[in-house]
Design a protein around this ligand. Structure first.
Ligand SMILES: *Cc1c(COP(=O)(O)O)cnc(C)c1O
Length: 433
């Protein structure tokens, strides 16, 4: 139970007024209820809100298609042929990478598969994959099927780390020890940057170091980390990573995903890959010889397969520009304050009804707080809905609450906490107290 008394509503509103980053909220469409009242949207970890200017981004491409047809490849306002190139710098800045290390292409799970095709190279002694639990279903399917694809047994090949008995998150030292322990059997460590369920941010720097020491490939799923925490993929020696852009990056449902390949692999023409024309050197991409030889573009762009879906990529212009303007470092500082405030509010309620399962240390989490509801979770769900607050329930008893620094406010957290408190005081205490 916390001791800090959280601010009253007026103070929360004042905090919003005092923070210059509060102005970014106006750049987004906030969904409303039937009466036009803004909803409190704490679900940016699942689907980020729409930047107002995304509408123009997509419309511009529809217009160019309408007016220019095939000429749009070269003569569009944003020509389609080099379309992905315009995201190099801002995309790299968002994840702590060099421009050559980042590309936007496909969708997240597809990118994981394409990158694993190159970076998961098991042999008869080292074929296992170490990952963090609980795993997101798509990642689990991807890992299992990769192992099977190479002729191994997923039962044997998957090493999924579980928290110690009675704990909710992995201890950083246990992760490192597991890598040491399995080092001679591991072909790859594949971790989430931030776990989707617990909200735990993993210790990428030290995991990266340990993997390098043992010569183990290190890959990351950054679905819940990109646009949320400050990443240093280049410096931390990550081999490859992939992330979606519809969660914290606000590019819309099924928008084009990101991929990272470390610079040390940038010019490796010999590495096996599943290739397509868009990964080829643009100078010879269109060669129609009988037997064209694939020449990979340097860096992450060499892993592209197809020409990109322009309409799903267009909102990246707005989104990345917003991140560049706000700065991921400044956003992260604001995020720590918002999430810390949310934590204080929950602690101050002091009810056994709510248990925070997300790590308490701010460097071990991002924006998300996962709350385990002891007792009747449906009462809370109904009360939140009635109050116009959108959160994300993971059955049977966990609610994920995510104040994103671009569009959520201290005031909204205060209002959310009031509902929590009201439900706690009106429900039967779970432990007869
Ligand atoms: C959201 C999410 C996905 C979704 O995968 P798609 O390929 O974008 O459908 C996969 N893995 C994790 C960990 C996620 O959080």
């Amino acid at each position: 139970m916390g001791t800090d008394t959280p601010m009253n509503l007026q103070d929360a509103i004042q905090c919003d007024r005092d923070d210059p980053l509060s102005r970014f909220r106006e750049r987004f469409h906030i969904p409303t209820d039937e009466d036009g009242k803004p909803l409190i949207y704490f679900c940016g970890n699942s689907l980020g809100l729409m930047p107002r200017s995304a509408f123009d981004d997509v419309t511009a491409e529809l217009e160019d298609w309408r007016d220019l047809a095939v000429e749009g490849h070269l003569n569009g306002r944003r020509p389609w042929l080099p379309y992905h190139e315009s995201f190099r710098q801002q995309g790299a800045d968002l994840v702590g990478a060099l421009p050559v290390e980042v590309v936007f292409m496909n969708t997240l799970t597809t990118n994981l598969h394409l990158l694993m095709a190159s970076f998961y190279r098991p042999d008869s002694t080292r074929f296992k994959i170490l990952s963090d639990g609980p795993g997101f279903p798509s990642d689990t399917y991807a890992l299992q099927s990769q192992i099977r694809w190479h002729g191994f047994d997923p039962e044997e090949g998957m090493v999924v780390l579980k928290p110690r008995d009675g704990e909710n998150c992995l201890r950083d030292e246990d992760v490192l020890e597991a890598i040491d322990q399995h080092r001679d059997e591991l072909a790859m460590v594949m971790f989430s940057g931030v776990n989707y369920f617990t909200g735990q941010a993993h210790d990428i720097k030290n995991i990266g170091e340990r993997c390098q020491k043992h010569g183990i490939t290190f890959g990351l799923d950054l679905a819940h980390a990109a646009g949320n925490i400050d990443l240093q993929l280049h410096d931390h020696g990550v081999d490859f990573a992939a992330w979606c852009t519809y969660k914290y990056i606000n590019c819309g449902p099924g928008s084009v995903a990101g991929a990272f390949v470390h610079q040390r692999h940038a010019d490796d023409q010999d590495r096996v890959r599943l290739a397509g024309w868009w990964g080829n050197d643009p100078a010879t991409r269109f060669r129609m010889d009988e037997n064209p030889q694939f020449i990979a573009q340097p860096g992450a762009e060499g892993w592209q397969v197809s020409n990109p879906p322009i309409f799903s990529m267009a909102p990246l212009h707005s989104s990345l520009a917003i991140f560049a303007e706000a700065g991921i470092g400044a956003l992260r500082e604001r995020s720590k304050k918002l999430t810390g405030y949310l934590e204080n509010c929950i602690d101050a309620i002091g009810s056994d009804h709510y248990q925070i399962i997300t790590p308490r240390e701010e460097h071990r989490r991002g924006a998300q707080i996962s709350i385990r509801v002891v007792g009747d979770a449906s009462a809370l769900q109904e009360a939140l809905q009635a109050a116009g607050i959108i959160t994300d329930f993971r059955p049977p008893d966990v609610v994920r609450v995510v104040p994103t620094p671009l569009y959520n406010s201290f005031e909204e957290i205060h209002r959310f906490a009031a509902v929590l408190e009201q439900v706690a005081s009106s429900s039967t205490p779970p432990r007869g107290g």
